[in-house]
Design a protein around this ligand. Structure first.
Ligand code: SF4
Length: 563
C-alpha cells in the first residue's frame, strides 16, 4: 500500500481535510519530510506559538513495515525554546499505526476557538471533537483513558499540564507497548506548540487497517529485514543495551579520564555517588523488584527500555535513560536511583523534556532557589510546573529562562537548548555537533565520542554522523539499530521498487540539513549562533593528563557545513 495521505487539521475552523502527498515528497519521511514541509509552509519569522505556526507529524519511510525499530515518529515545528527549526523524534506505538493507515504526515495549523480538542484517526478517516473533559489531566491518566485495554490497536500522543501551560520544555507523550505514556517527543517544546493549538490529544487506531507490505520486491525486503535483524542482534552494543539500557554507560563516562557525567550544573564531569544511579545498580534493583527490559515499540528486538519498579514492586517508570539520569541525577546531585526514577515519572506525567528540566533545575540550584541534592525541592518545582505557578513557569520555560530570571551567567545551552550529558570539553566531537546542528545542543543529532583524534578528523566525523542521523530519523529507525547508509539504501530500494544507492541516502540527508539551516537563516540565525557558551572554553575539567576545555578553532568548526 502507498503511504501518501496528508491530513490537514485547521484548529481555527475545526476542519479536517486530506490530500495526496505530492510526488516531490515521495522519498522523504520523518525528519527530512517535516524539515522540508516546515520550510515550505511556515514563515520562519512567525511566533512559534502563534496560530500561523504549524506542527508537522510524520512516520519514517519504513514506518509500518517489519524492519526492526522502524516505528519512530518525527514532530517538526518552529521551536519556542530555540526560535529555530526543530525535530523531536519519538518511539512508541504511534509511527507504525499512522503508517498502517497510510498517513504520511499530519499538519496542524491555527488555534482552537472552542476549548480543548482531540483528533481521532482510524480506517474511517480523521475527526476533530471537543476534549474539554481531558483538559487539566496528566499523561498517565490520559493514556489509561484514551488507550486503556485497546493497547494492541491504539496509540495516543498527548500533552500534559506543561503543554497546556505552553511551556518551552513541554513534550508530547506517546503510548508505549504497555499502554503507558513513557515515550516522549521531548526536545524543543513540541508540547507547547500543540498546547497553543488547543490540541490535547491525537488518538490513532489501526484496527482493521491493512498491513504495510512493500510492492514487487517484497521478498527481498523481507529477507533484508531478517539479515539486518541478525546483524543487530550480533552487535555487542545491542547486548549491552538489552541488559542495562543506555544507563549502562554511567560507570564508563563517570571515570576520571572521560568525565562526561555532568555534575553540579556541569561544573564537574564525574560524581562520587554515580554508582547509585548506574545501569548496573538499576539492573540489581530490577532483579529484586521485578524490573525488566522492554521494547519501546512493537518489533524492536533490542529492548533498551528499563521498566523500573519501586521497592514494593509497583511500576514507577519505563524510561530511565542515561540522559535523564545524568541531568536530573548527577547534574543536580540527586540520587539514588529511586529518587531519579520518581522525578522521571513526574516528568512523563506532566509532559516535560527531562534534559531541559534537569538543566533548568541545575541552574535554579546554582541560583540558590534550592540546594544541590534537594530531591524534595526538585519534586516541588515539578509540581509548580504542573500547577503553572509563576515559579513553575520560570523553570518550565527552560534553562536559559531560569538563568535570565536569576541573573546566572553560566548557562548550559546552545541555540537556547539545554546541554545533553555528553561532555564537549572531553568529547570534543560532541562540541562540534552541538555547535553546528541546526537543532541546538542535541546528542542525537550526531554522536562523536572518539577521543584523541585530530580536530580535522572530529569535524569530518561530526558532519558524517549528523548526516547519518538525519537519514536514520528520516527512514524512521532507531539510532541504536546502528543502521548504515547502505542498509537504508537497500530498504528504500526494496520498499519503493527502485535502485537507491548509499550516496543518495546521504544526499537526501544533506538536503534535509540544508532545509533546516535555511529555515534557521530565515529566522535570523547566523554563524555566531553556531557557538558553545563561553565557559566551556574557559573552565577546564581536570583529567589525569591535564586540564581540558573545548578548544577547537571555530574556523574549523564552521567547515562542517561550509564544505
Ligand atoms: S532500541 Fe530502545 S529506544 Fe530504540 S526502538 Fe528499541 S527500545 Fe526503543
Amino acid at each position: 500500500m502507498d503511504i501518501n495521505r496528508i491530513i490537514r487539521v485547521d484548529m481555527s475552523t475545526g476542519s479536517v481535510s486530506e490530500e495526496e502527498a505530492p510526488e516531490r515528497y515521495r522519498l522523504l519521511g520523518g525528519r527530512a519530510l517535516t524539515a522540508q514541509m516546515l520550510l515550505d509552509e511556515t514563515d520562519a519569522r512567525v511566533h512559534p506559538l502563534a496560530p500561523d505556526a504549524r506542527l508537522f507529524i510524520a512516520p519514517g519511510l519504513l514506518g509500518g513495515t517489519s524492519v526492526t525499530t522502524s516505528g519512530r515518529t518525527s514532530f517538526g515545528f518552529k521551536s519556542p525554546l530555540t526560535g529555530g527549526t526543530k525535530e523531536a523524534n519519538v518511539g512508541g506505538q504511534l509511527g507504525h499505526r499512522l503508517a498502517r493507515l497510510g498517513v504520511k504526515a499530519i499538519v496542524v495549523s491555527g488555534a482552537s476557538q472552542d476549548g480543548w480538542q482531540r483528533l481521532d484517526i482510524d480506517k474511517d478517516g480523521a475527526r476533530l471533537s471537543s476534549a474539554d473533559d481531558l483538559g487539566g489531566k496528566s499523561n498517565y491518566e490520559l493514556h489509561r483513558e484514551l488507550v486503556g485495554e485497546a493497547v494492541n490497536s491504539r496509540a495516543a500522543a498527548t500533552i500534559g499540564p506543561a503543554g497546556e501551560h505552553r511551556m518551552a520544555s513541554a513534550s508530547v507523550a506517546v503510548t508505549d507497548p504497555e499502554g503507558r505514556p513513557t515515550r516522549h517527543a521531548a526536545r524543543g517544546g513540541p508540547g507547547a506548540v500543540m498546547g497553543a493549538k488547543g490540541l490535547k490529544a491525537i488518538v490513532v487506531s489501526d484496527e482493521g487497517a491493512p498491513r504495510v507490505v512493500p510492492g514487487e520486491r517484497k521478498d527481498a525486503f523481507r529477507q533484508e529485514g531478517v539479515k539486518f535483524s541478525k546483524v543487530v542482534l550480533d552487535d555487542p552494543r545491542t547486548h549491552n543495551l538489552s541488559k542495562t539500557g543506555t544507563a549502562g554507560v554511567v560507570k564508563f563516562v563517570n571515570r576520571e579520564n572521560v568525565q562526561s557525567m555532568p555534575t553540579r550544573n556541569h561544573r564537574k564531569g564525574s560524581w562520587e555517588l554515580a554508582d547509585g544511579i548506574s545501569g548496573q545498580e538499576i539492573d540489581r534493583l530490577g532483579q529484586e523488584r521485578g524490573g525488566k527490559m522492554l521494547p519501546c515499540m512493537a518489533g524492536c528486538i533490542i529492548k533498551c527500555a528499563i521498566l523500573y519498579n519501586d521497592a514494593a514492586g509497583q511500576h514507577v517508570t519505563t524510561a530511565l535513560e542515561f540522559e535523564t539520569i545524568a541531568l536530573l541525577g548527577s547534574n543536580c546531585e540527586i540520587g539514588p536511583a529511586d529518587a531519579v526514577a520518581e522525578l522521571d515519572r513526574m516528568c512523563d506525567d506532566i509532559g516535560l523534556d527531562t534534559i531541559e528540566v534537569g538543566n533548568a533545575i541545575g541552574v535554579a540550584m546554582e541560583a540558590g532557589v534550592l540546594s544541590w541534592g534537594d530531591f524534595e525541592g526538585a519534586k516541588g518545582l515539578l509540581e509548580e510546573i504542573r500547577e503553572g505557578t509563576p515559579l513553575g513557569r520560570i523553570v518550565g520555560n527552560g534553562t536559559a529562562h531560569v538563568a535570565k530570571t536569576y541573573g546566572i551567567d553560566r548557562v548550559p545551552v546552545v541555540k537556547g537548548q539545554g546541554l545533553p550529558a555528553w561532555e564537549p570539553r572531553t568529547l570534543k566531537g560532541m562540541g562540534i555537533t552541538y555547535s553546528t546542528s541546526p537543532q541546538g545542543a542535541d546528542h542525537t543529532a550526531g554522536m562523536v565520542t572518539a577521543r584523541g583524534a585530530t580536530p580535522e578528523t572530529l569535524m569530518k566525523q561530526s558532519r558524517h554522523e549528523q548526516l547519518v542521523m538525519m537519514a536514520i530519523d528520516s527512514v524512521g529507525v532507531c539510532q541504536f539499530s546502528n543502521a548504515l547508509p547502505g542498509d537504508m539504501a537497500t530498504f528504500i530500494s526494496n520498499r519503493f521498487d527502485l535502485d537507491y544507492e548509499d550516496e543518495q541516502v546521504l544526499k537526501m540527508a544533506r538536503a534535509g540539513i540544508e532545509a533546516e539551516r535555511e529555515f534557521n537563516r530565515r529566522a535570523g540565525f547566523d554563524s555566531s549562533d553556531d557557538r558553545l557558551p563561553g565557559w566551556l572554553h574557559e573552565e577546564a575539567l581536570e583529567l589525569p593528563d591535564g586540564p581540558s576545555i573545548f578548544d577547537i578553532d571555530y574556523e574549523l568548526v564552521d567547515k562542517v557545513w561550509a564544505e
